[in-house]
Design a protein around this ligand. Structure first.
Ligand SMILES: Cc1cc2nc3c(=O)[nH]c(=O)nc-3n(C[C@H](O)[C@H](O)[C@H](O)COP(=O)(O)O)c2cc1C
Length: 410
């Protein structure tokens, strides 16, 4: 988002403190920010807090002496987009009524570019007829709502009304700006079904022990986020991870390689792009003990017999017959990465293998990968997993178009 200018408006709700995380996320992506608080918001969070994050204290007053002209007019002309997070029920109602009685609403009412609101409130407040009516009205008036999502609420209850995550809101802002700049290319995966596997698998030894690996799920989750932002219907088949799954994807939680295989097989029927980024265990214990294995039973040494797990990628590659237009696999190795990836490309019947070294990939937000295909090896520069995901999905979309064009011809 380098060079992108964003106004972040903050409403007076309990989630106002999370606007700081959003400001940090937008800043981390390279956006330049101006933060505006409603008078109520200042009761929840202080303007100087945003100064520490953005380099400028938040503006809380339409009559800000730092702006000799009209602050709302100047900022609405400066910004590429405006996002309000959290948007309270009261703020939504005021926007619907066209009110402009504070710096947030006055700026919003002047904005020409994309306007996004991320509501956050108690579930009963969100589901109240007036708020639902207002939510609909705001969208008819051209504003985009991000969330709310379902989850734990400030009241201690759980339900609809939780503020969407900072990454989800930042993704939506980024996507809205891209759409405004190039509407024809903005959501190139609309109408497509993308299936992504992510994370490790766990293979049980007994009821309390398992064999697994260090995969964090970050790469698969980054792919899911980019695919959602590009308009795809995304099915995410994920092994156990410690990170939150992306909002907007349909999550299928699995544990073992065989669970993962059956989940994926149930989804490939209408799938356009399948990306196997999960680190699937090659072997599993031949038998799972029904009860916890005791130390006394084991003696000085203990051996676990392992049997081969199904090779999900190879199975899908072999059974494609044109039904699955694009199949992408991952190869993570400690050495000789590209040779192994080329071998995998051929042996698994995949269109593309994303090759990376274990030392640069596991558990981190950044990565460095090479996209290995029959045509060439494309070495991507080191960067975030989101950037790598964006390029992988560009390639997948190009291959999908080519596959469809050749089917039409034949
Ligand atoms: C402790 C406290 C927490 C509140 N949390 C929320 C909230 O999460 N969402 C909401 O819509 N209103 C919430 N309210 C009510 C708003 O603060 C109130 O409607 C306010 O006028 C909203 O101001 P705004 O329009 O500037 O956002 C809360 C009020 C209090 C006292």
């Amino acid at each position: 988002m380098k060079g992108t200018k964003i106004v972040l408006g903050v409403g007076g709700g309990i989630a106002a403190y999370k606007a700081v995380m959003l400001a940090r996320e937008l800043g981390r992506r390279g956006a330049e920010l101006r933060v505006l608080l409603t008078p109520s918001a200042t009761r929840f969070i202080g303007a100087p807090t945003f100064g520490g994050i953005t380099g400028r204290a938040a503006i809380t007053d339409l009559w800000d002496p730092g702006y000799p002209g009209e602050v709302h007019v100047e900022l609405s002309e400066w910004a590429d987009a405006m996002v309000i997070a959290p948007a309270t029920a009261n703020l939504m109602a005021r926007v619907c009524a066209g009110m402009a009685d504070d710096v947030v609403l006055a700026t919003l009412s002047c904005m020409n570019g994309p306007r996004l609101l991320a509501p956050a409130m108690h579930e009963r407040m969100w589901l109240s007829p007036a708020t639902q009516r207002n939510a609909e009205r705001l969208q008819k008036d051209g504003m985009q709502l991000v969330g709310p999502v379902r989850g734990p609420l400030a009241s201690g209850e759980s339900g609809w009304g939780r503020l969407a995550g900072a990454e989800t809101i930042a993704d939506a802002v980024e996507q809205a700006i891209a759409t405004a700049r190039a509407p024809e290319q903005a959501r190139p995966l609309t109408g497509r079904h993308v299936v992504i596997s992510a994370g490790p698998t766990q293979e049980d030894i007994d009821p309390v022990r398992f064999i697994s690996n260090h995969s964090s799920g970050r790469m698969g989750f980054a792919l899911a986020r980019v695919a959602v932002a590009r308009g795809a219907r995304v099915s995410l088949v994920a092994g156990p991870t410690r990170i939150a799954p992306p909002e907007g994807a349909e999550l299928h939680s699995v544990r073992s390689a065989r669970d993962m295989q059956s989940a994926i097989e149930s989804l490939v029927g209408d799938c356009h792009i399948l990306i196997m980024s999960a680190a699937v265990a090659d072997y599993r214990p031949a038998e799972i003990a029904e009860q916890k294995l005791k130390k006394a039973d084991k003696g000085a040494e203990m051996r676990i017999e392992l049997v081969k797990n199904p090779d999900i990628l190879a199975g899908l590659g072999a059974a494609r017959k044109g039904a699955l237009p694009v199949l992408i696999g991952f190869a993570m190795e400690t050495h000789d990465v590209l040779n192994y990836a080329r071998g995998k490309l051929r042996s698994k019947g995949a269109d593309l293998i994303v090759a990376n070294e274990a030392a640069v990939g596991f558990g981190r937000d950044d990565t460095q990968v090479t996209l290995v295909s029959e045509e060439n090896d494309e070495v991507l520069p080191p960067g975030s997993k989101l950037e790598a995901a964006a390029r992988i999905l560009d390639c997948a979309a190009e291959r999908l178009e080519a596959a469809e064009a050749s089917t039409t011809k034949s």
